[in-house]
Design a protein around this ligand. Structure first.
Ligand code: NAP
Length: 269
């Protein structure tokens, strides 16, 4: 059996999906988890479940688009538990439509949550990591952050941007005890598509392999135990990244086959 995971871990977007699964898995292995998202009631449910099973968890409701909320998340983690070992920048939203039909306010929203949210959480955590001279930043990108797909242009742009951040930080912190990792999930069974329907009125269906949030969480927890540059929870997805570099036109054909389909569009909330 693996030794207890004695880490203090902050997770954004922990009220559902991958973030929630990571919180539950890490806490079950002994970690202390500090959880952020906007829906405080759901966060409190996650915390109650973890503490009922003997784990340690704290809810810090907040919005990743607000820098002050991310600073408060780190401050609460350090205040309550003395340090912060890991920040997981996981909160994110999707969108599916032709680029020409994507309104500018939707573009801005995707950039605010997926990119600025990651930057705010990373910036707050790195300040603490530098003071501690240790830490681990993990960004949950997507396989779409390695290879764009039709109908996901703006989402893909935000997911590529997360990769640029992590690659730069990895080089910046080379030789120190501060690690940076990026995770590339494939389509995962979470609230992700329901949130697109709720927020934008689009019914989106993936065509291709799908993973359970728990499988993605397992790969992320393994990366916390042994920091790695990149994590492909569905290992075969790495070949798409390779193909995108060595044969981009063949990759174009492949992603057209597996592209998500948006079957209806309704009014945006
Ligand atoms: N599901 C997939 O197919 C898939 C595939 C590849 C990568 N990913 C990535 O995985 C990450 C997690 O997504 P998921 O699949 O677990 O989706 P999910 O179930 O919809 O979870 C998204 C989480 O982000 C939070 N969130 C959204 N906007 C936020 C904001 N402004 N401030 C704080 N939290 C916010 C949501 O909580 P609140 O609404 O309570 O704030 C929720 O906890 C995302 O970055 C996504 O891009 C997902």
């Amino acid at each position: 059996m693996a030794p207890p995971l004695e880490k203090i871990i902050a997770i954004t977007g922990a009220s559902s999906g991958i973030g929630r699964a990571v919180a539950e898995q890490a806490a079950a292995e002994g970690a202390t988890v500090v959880l952020a998202a906007r829906r405080a009631d759901l966060l409190n449910d996650v915390v109650a479940g973890i503490t009922a099973r003997g784990g340690r968890a704290l809810a810090v409701p907040g919005d990743v688009t607000r820098d002050a909320d991310m600073r408060a998340l780190v401050a609460r983690a350090v205040g309550a538990f003395g340090r912060l070992d890991v920040m997981i920048c996981n909160a994110g939203i999707g969108y599916h439509d032709a680029f020409a039909d994507t309104p500018p306010d939707v573009m801005r929203r995707l950039v605010d949550v997926n990119l600025m949210g990651t930057l705010h959480a990373a910036h707050a955590a790195i300040a603490e990591f530098r003071a501690q001279q240790s830490g681990h930043l993990i960004a949950i990108s997507s396989v779409v952050g390695r290879r764009g797909i039709p109908g996901s242009s703006v989402y893909a742009a935000t997911k590529f941007a997360q990769v640029g951040l992590i690659e730069s930080l990895r080089a910046e912190f080379h030789g120190t005890n501060i690690h940076a990792s990026v995770v590339y999930p494939i389509s995962t069974a979470t609230e992700f598509h329901a949130a697109i329907k709720r927020d934008f009125g689009h019914d989106v269906h993936g065509h291709g392999p799908k993973q359970a949030a728990e499988a993605v969480a397992q790969a992320i927890v393994a990366c916390i135990r042994r920091p790695r540059a990149e994590v492909y929870p569905y290992p075969r997805a790495k070949w798409l990244a390779v193909l995108a570099v060595v044969a981009p036109s063949i990759a174009d054909r492949l992603v057209r086959r597996y592209a998500r389909r948006s079957t209806s569009a309704g009014p945006r909330a």
